[in-house]
Design a protein around this ligand. Structure first.
Ligand SMILES: [Zn+2]
Length: 409
């Protein structure tokens, strides 16, 4: 049997602009509501005349309607959750954002992250919903126009100056009430610009490392293995080296945070250890160093004198000046010497060294006494072969007379 009737559906007939279209869904109404709906009526229409959802937009775009009501393909720009605008040319938007990012970089050699997410989505919009690309910068870089005053530090072209601030030349001239054809800003001039309050955050991370020296410490350790007054380095100090890796985080060109990411010991430090003697020194024990045995000036040195060799040094001072043991030891001679030394003292230091002190006016030790370094042994005089009060001082090693000035100052 032949179909003899048309299937009818209930639909809204919407008169939009100069056309009437029919649609049967809420979706169509929603889409069409962007336009001025001239008339709406509900009718039963042929099912074949009803417009399906997916055709609504296409039909609207085909319509020969007034220019301002024309639907255009555009790109909706959102930053994070925020709608910025609809732009006709996506490439222009991308280029503008690249330029903005460039101005917010700390170092254009470093990678960067852009926060929050920037999205461009294709959309159909009405012509009057399109945003002028010229407004994009202001919308992104300045949430509000906060004026900032800058002092010009050297003559600069307006074009060069404003390139740093993303301000339109006309707007800059107007804001600063400059003459319309101005080109140069003079040194010390104060001008107004807008402070950046960007909606985007350009983050860059720079990693740097440097090597730091770690100084060693010197530790003194008392020991009974050394006598009081003695010391010995038992371990040399070595400074350490540490590699410090630091992360610098720049946000919109400014240092926002800096922290030590890691440390690496390249060389461990080693403390210097000095052993300090703590053991009581036995009476008369040699320290193995010599001191000047009295106070006075050198009047004869260890050298040829009057046709013979002078085997010690002479130190002169007033009669009775105290003479002390040059090092600790045992007295092996004390008293008169008939070979020209007069009253003299000899001390055996027990380590191969013997010291001799001549021409004393008085001897205050006797053979067999043990004396410490610096201990009084007699008084300066001019006994024996002598022309005035002095001490004749000798240092003898294994029977050989040595220059005392190699041992004392
Ligand atoms: Zn002498």
């Amino acid at each position: 049997m032949k179909e003899s009737f048309k299937r009818l559906v209930r639909a809204s007939l919407l008169t939009v602009g100069v056309l009437t279209i029919s649609a049967n869904t809420a979706y169509a109404k929603e889409e069409i509501s962007k336009f001025e709906i001239v008339q709406e009526e509900n009718k039963y229409i042929d099912v074949n005349q009803a417009i399906k959802e997916d055709q609504v937009q296409a039909r609207l775009m085909e319509m020969p309607i007034a220019e301002e009501l024309r639907i255009l393909e555009a790109y909706e720009l959102t930053i994070g959750e925020e709608f910025i605008g609809n732009f006709e040319d996506s490439q222009e938007v991308i280029q503008e954002i690249r330029d903005m990012v460039e101005k917010l970089l700390y170092d254009n050699q470093l990678d960067y992250d852009l926060i929050p997410e920037i999205r461009l989505e294709k959309k159909s919009v009405l012509k009057d919903e399109i945003t002028d690309i010229k407004d994009l910068r202001y919308k992104v870089l300045y949430q509000e126009k906060i004026e900032e005053t800058i002092k010009i530090d050297q003559d600069i072209k307006i074009d060069d100056f404003i390139s740093k601030y993303s301000i339109d030349k006309d707007e800059f001239i107007k804001l600063n009430e400059l003459e319309e054809k101005s080109e140069i800003l003079k040194k010390d001039m104060e001008v107004k610009v807008y402070e950046f309050t960007p909606k985007i955050l350009v983050r860059q991370i720079e990693e740097k490392s440097h090597v730091k020296k770690i100084a060693f410490k010197t530790r003194k350790v008392k020991t009974d293995k050394l006598y009081i007054g003695e010391s010995k380095v038992s371990q040399e100090g070595i400074s350490g080296r540490e590699k410090i890796n630091t992360k610098y985080i720049y946000e919109n060109g400014d240092l926002a945070k800096k922290y030590v990411e890691s440390k690496e010991i390249l060389r461990k430090k080693q403390d210097k250890i000095i052993l300090i003697g703590n053991k009581e020194r036995p009476k008369g024990m040699a320290t193995n160093s010599f001191i000047k045995p009295t106070v006075g000036r050198y009047t004869s040195l260890f050298e040829y004198r009057w046709g013979s060799f002078h085997t010690g040094v002479d130190i002169a001072n007033g009669m009775g000046t105290s003479i002390v043991a040059s090092d600790g030891g045992r007295v092996i001679a004390a008293g008169w010497n008939s070979y020209g030394l007069g009253n003299h003292v000899k001390i055996d230091h027990g380590n191969g060294y013997v010291t001799l002190y001549g021409h004393m006016v008085g001897v205050d030790v006797k053979v067999g006494d043990r004396v410490d370094q610096g201990e009084h042994i007699g008084r300066m005089g001019s006994t024996g072969f002598s022309t005035g009060p002095h001490v004749h001082f000798e240092v003898i090693k294994d029977g050989v007379k040595l220059n005392p000035l190699n041992f004392i100052k």
